[in-house]
Design a protein around this ligand. Structure first.
Ligand SMILES: Nc1ncnc2c1ncn2[C@@H]1O[C@H](COP(=O)(O)OP(=O)(O)OP(=O)(O)O)[C@@H](O)[C@H]1O
Ligand SMILES: [Mg+2]
Length: 289
């Protein structure tokens, strides 16, 4: 299989008779399904959903537990959307924490929603990225924090990448709390409101018309792009990032191909075909311009 993205290693792994670039072998080889290991800590904050911090792992594998933030999403379609965006972002080499599905018993989730009566539950896990303590302190209780965060983000190389990414997955939810600075770089997370037509078209996603509707969907707002424009930043950079992502669409197709071979018997598997996500970026950006 030729035409791999520029900069991608030429060493390739063989996975189920398909060549995948070596940097994708691990992510493509198995579904990221983990168990919560022990009791998690409830995370309190301004966010909407119930979130815990804990360790996740595969008890039958001899691997250390992975520190994760695990979020309960009442709609399973949003779990799929988070997972799809998380996986896609990895193969597009974006600074989005690595995603996981985390199976948890209710007794390990303190202060879980009252309507959850029977476990286990499936949570969306996101590999923990420690925030920079100095930055966190600077923005705590600061009335100007939101503008300060946007200014820092827009001054960073993450901004055009993130604007193109949010356009690609039609994410209307990039507010300042969905960005995190770890002292070296910015991370983008929280994608459960992206790709919204998927939730509506959920059962028919394999159909051509459903795929077209997903591709053509444009989010009502792209906050990162709006902030860049407000600060008169060159939108050319965002278009360049969008072009780059379009060139990487083959990597999404390879991942989708590998995912179809994953066998998971503990859950209904995501029905999202990642290949449909890969192609709308350019057009959507051009429409906004
Ligand atoms: N991988 C991670 N590393 C560090 N912190 C994280 C991570 N994932 C989530 N968080 C923290 O948990 C909070 C809640 O997560 P998230 O934004 O995904 O939840 P949400 O309920 O969907 O938020 P919103 O209210 O924006 O819809 C984030 O604002 C962030 O502070
Ligand atoms: Mg959030």
């Amino acid at each position: 299989m030729g035409d791999f993205s520029p900069g991608c290693s030429l060493m390739r792994g063989q996975l189920m008779n398909v060549d995948v670039p070596s940097d994708m072998v691990e992510i493509a080889s198995r579904p990221p399904v983990y168990r919560l290991l022990g009791v998690a800590d409830k995370v309190y904050g301004k966010h909407l959903n119930h979130v815990w911090k804990g360790l996740a792992g595969m008890p039958w594998l001899d691997e250390p537990g992975l520190p994760v933030f695990a979020k309960y999403l009442p709609q399973t379609s949003q779990l799929d959307i988070e997972l799809a965006c998380g996986l896609a972002s990895q193969v597009l080499r974006l600074p989005v924490p690595r995603p996981a599905l985390v199976i948890a018993d209710l007794e390990d989730l303190p202060s879980h929603p009252a309507n959850l009566k029977h476990g286990p539950v499936m949570l969306f896990g996101s590999v923990f990225q420690p925030p920079d303590p100095f930055f966190a302190q600077r923005i705590e209780d600061n009335p100007l924090a939101v503008d300060y965060i946007w200014q820092k983000v827009c001054d960073d190389e993450v901004a055009p990448k993130g604007a193109a990414w949010d356009e690609l997955v039609a994410n209307p939810d990039r507010h300042a709390q969905n960005l995190l600075f770890d002292g070296g770089k910015w991370w983008l997370f929280d994608h459960n409101l992206a790709l919204q037509p998927l939730a509506k078209l959920y059962t028919k996603v394999e159909q051509q018309s459903a795929q077209r509707a997903i591709v053509e969907h444009v989010a009502r707002v792209n906050q990162l792009l709006a902030e860049l424009c407000r600060r008169n930043r060159n939108s050319r950079e965002t278009l360049t990032e969008a072009e780059q992502m379009t060139r990487h669409s083959k990597r999404l197709a390879l991942l989708a191909h590998a995912m179809r071979r994953w066998e998971v018997d503990v859950m209904q598997w995501t029905t999202l075909n990642l290949t449909v996500v890969g192609f709308s970026c350019w057009r959507a950006l051009a429409r906004r311009a």
